[in-house]
Design a protein around this ligand. Structure first.
Ligand SMILES: NC(=O)c1ccc[n+]([C@@H]2O[C@H](COP(=O)([O-])OP(=O)(O)OC[C@H]3O[C@@H](n4cnc5c(N)ncnc54)[C@H](O)[C@@H]3O)[C@@H](O)[C@H]2O)c1
Length: 331
C-alpha cells in the first residue's frame, strides 16, 4: 500500500509514463495519472486514479493537485513524432510549449513546485560529438526537438523566478517493455524502429523501412542509443527523490553511452525472434541526425543511474513479448 503521498503523472497513460507510474507505485507513492488519452491508453492506468484532462487546462491541473494533495509532478504529456513535427509544427509548439505552460501555471496556482520533465536527445540536433554531454544542447534540427528545448529553458526561468525545483531528463531512444507484458509501446502511428520492425514480423505493418544507408557511420545507417524504459523509470524515481530531499535539480542524459546502428538492431531482432524482418530501404528522413549517443556520466554521478536492462537482447526480448500479446492495430 502506497503511503508516501501522491504524484501527478501528466501523460501517465502513455508508453513511458505508464512504466513510470508502475515504478512510482513500487516506490510507495500514489501515481495520479492526468492524461487526455490523445495517444495514451486507459488500460495502461493500473496503479492509481485516472483524471481525464488536457495539460493546457491549468484550472483542472490545479484542482487535481489540490484534490490529491500532490507533492510533485512528472511531465510526460507531449507530442513526440519527429516527422509529424516537421509537417505540423503548430501542433507541436501548441502541445509541448503552450500546453506545458498550462501545466506549470496549474502547479503555481496549487502551490506545487517540484517537477521532473521528460526531454529528449533530439535537443542536440547534429551535435557532431559522440557521446554527447549535456552542455552540447542546441540547435535542434526539427520542431519537436526545438519545442522540448524551449520548455526546458522556460522551466529554468520558472526555477529562478518562482522557486520551482526541476530536473530535466533527456532520454535517448526509449525501448523495451515491462516484463510482465501489461504495458508497452502501442501507437496508432508507430514510427520507432524496434516496434515497427516487430510489427512488420507480425504482419501489422507492410512498409517497414530503413531510412538512409549513406550516413557517415560504419555501416551507413543511423546510430542511436537505446535505453530500456524500466531503466528510464528508475532514473525518474532517483530524480524525484533528490528533489523531494531538497537537493538541487539538474539536466541529465539518460542513455547507455553506446550506440547501435539501424542495421545492427535489425540483425539483433532477427536473432532474438528467429524471424525474418520484411523491410525496404528508403532515403534519409528530414530531421534525423546520423548519430545520437548519450554521455550519461552526470546521471551516474548524481542520480546513481545505471542502465541495467538496456542491452539490445533484453530490450528486444521484452518488446517482442509485449508485441506478441498486444495485437497492435494495422497502421
Ligand atoms: N519514446 C521515446 O523514445 C522518447 C524519447 C525521448 C523523449 N521522449 C519523451 O517522453 C515523453 C513520453 O513519450 P512516450 O513515448 O511515452 O509518448 P506517448 O505518446 O506514448 O505518451 C504521451 C502521453 O501524453 C498524453 N498527452 C499528450 N498530450 C497531452 C495533453 N495535452 N494533455 C494530457 N495528456 C496528453 C498522451 O495521451 C499519452 O498518454 C514525451 O514527452 C516525449 O517527448 C520519448
Amino acid at each position: 500500500m502506497a503511503t508516501r503521498g501522491a504524484l501527478l503523472i501528466a501523460g501517465g497513460a502513455g508508453y513511458i509514463g505508464a512504466h513510470c507510474c508502475k515504478a512510482v507505485a513500487e516506490a510507495g507513492f500514489v501515481p495520479v495519472c492526468y492524461d487526455d488519452l490523445s495517444t495514451g491508453h486507459r488500460s495502461f492506468v493500473q496503479w492509481g486514479p485516472f483524471v481525464s484532462g488536457d495539460i493546457a487546462d491549468s484550472g483542472k491541473v490545479a484542482d487535481t493537485i489540490r484534490r490529491y494533495d500532490v507533492q510533485a509532478v512528472m511531465h510526460f504529456a507531449a507530442s513526440s513524432a519527429i516527422g509529424q513535427s516537421i509537417v505540423d509544427p503548430q501542433t507541436y509548439y501548441r502541445n509541448n510549449v503552450t500546453g506545458a505552460l498550462g501545466l506549470l501555471q496549474g502547479m503555481r496556482e496549487a502551490g506545487c513546485s517540484s517537477i521532473v520533465l521528460s526531454s529528449t536527445g533530439a535537443v542536440y540536433g547534429e551535435a557532431g560529438r559522440d557521446p554527447i554531454p549535456e552542455g552540447a544542447a542546441g540547435p535542434a534540427i526539427n520542431p519537436y526537438g526545438r519545442s522540448k528545448y524551449m520548455i526546458e529553458q522556460i522551466l529554468t526561468d520558472y526555477c529562478t523566478a518562482y522557486g520551482f525545483s526541476a530536473s530535466v531528463l533527456r532520454y535517448f531512444n526509449a525501448s523495451g517493455a515491462a516484463v510482465e507484458r501489461r504495458i508497452g509501446e502501442l501507437r496508432d502511428r508507430e514510427t520507432h524502429l524496434i516496434p515497427r520492425a516487430l510489427m512488420a514480423i507480425l504482419g501489422h505493418v507492410t512498409d517497414f523501412a530503413i531510412f538512409g544507408t549513406d550516413y557517415d557511420t560504419p555501416d551507413g545507417t543511423a546510430v542511436r542509443d537505446y535505453i530500456h524504459v524500466d531503466d528510464l523509470a528508475d532514473a525518474h524515481i532517483a530524480a524525484l527523490e533528490r528533489l523531494l530531499g531538497g537537493k538541487a535539480g539538474g539536466t541529465y542524459n539518460l542513455g547507455t553511452g553506446g550506440g547501435h546502428s539501424v542495421r545492427e538492431v535489425v540483425d539483433a531482432i532477427r536473432r532474438e525472434t528467429g524471424e525474418q524482418v520484411p523491410l525496404v530501404y528508403r532515403a534519409r528522413r528530414a530531421g534525423d541526425p546520423p548519430v545520437l549517443v548519450a554521455d550519461p556520466r552526470l546521471a551516474r554521478q548524481e542520480l546513481g543511474f545505471m542502465a541495467r536492462r538496456s542491452d539490445l537482447g533484453t530490450i528486444i526480448r521484452s518488446a517482442w513479448a509485449w508485441h506478441q500479446t498486444a495485437h497492435p492495430r494495422i497502421v
